[in-house]
Write a protein that binds this ligand. Sequence first.
Ligand code: COA
Length: 266
Amino acid sequence: MANFIESETAQRITTIRINRPDKKNALTDEMYYGLADALRAANADPATRVIVLTGTGDSYTAGNDIGSFVAQSNASKEDNARKPDGRDRHPVPDLLDALISVDKPTIAAVNGLAIGIGTTMLFHIDLVYASESARFAMPFVNLGVVPEAGTSLLLPRAVGRQRAAELFLFGDQFGPETAHECGFVNAILPADRLMPHVLEVAGKLAQKAPGAIRETKKLMRQHGPALDAAMHREARVFAAQLRTPESKEAMRAFAERRAPDFSAFE
Ligand code: COA
């Protein structure tokens, strides 16, 4: 498959791989659409019972491509409002919609860095296994933006206000043990055991009654309207923040490989 997203099916398990290792699997707009398309295709394919998501090299994904953020922050509001031909949604909401709508079991094999949406997408995946070398972060504030994917609602509900504030407001990297304590990683594996373990678990799920799995997943979608509302709110604030001088400074700092200087902002 084009645009750095690979998908292959064997023994009723479809493995979707983010494959842009020289950029730590950072996601461009085309890659979000590629991932969403791959998820919808696997969900519709009778040959697939379980969907596994992973990344090539030392990263799961380093999150949104910073270059795309810069392009959005410099584009006019009208240009940003326009969706690409044939698409109903912008790239990030399209991926989230695809993930949330999948009615087959989804499993993430977090093989390394899971930054930004690399972490937040995990809140919409059924089972998450992480290698010992996995590193998570939600550095939105450090980029002058705000959390997305419904995590402003889901994370405090899962771990409590103070723990969520710590992860969001500092935006530091944390290891798989913390992610496990927070409840969004099922188990931590040595790097060489990660994929074998995930494929073993996926193989077990592939034997289960698909109808009961489908219905169970539907029943677990308990946050419904509150989640939709949170995601809409986040998207609106995120887009507005992206245009602020503090966010532009953060993006410039990343490109210049220096720490951002927020001292001039109120
Ligand atoms: N967008 C675009 N490019 C990215 C990227 C991203 N999110 N993350 C990494 N890259 C690129 C780097 O620019 C670099 O490219 P280059 O070799 O052409 O200079 C390459 O991937 C390797 O990254 P590097 O920073 O050299 O690796 P590292 O191991 O020192 O650090 C990260 C890895 C992921 C910690 C660091 O790159 C980082 O902080 N990236 C930004 C993550 C982020 O903020 N994502 C958005 C969240 S909302």
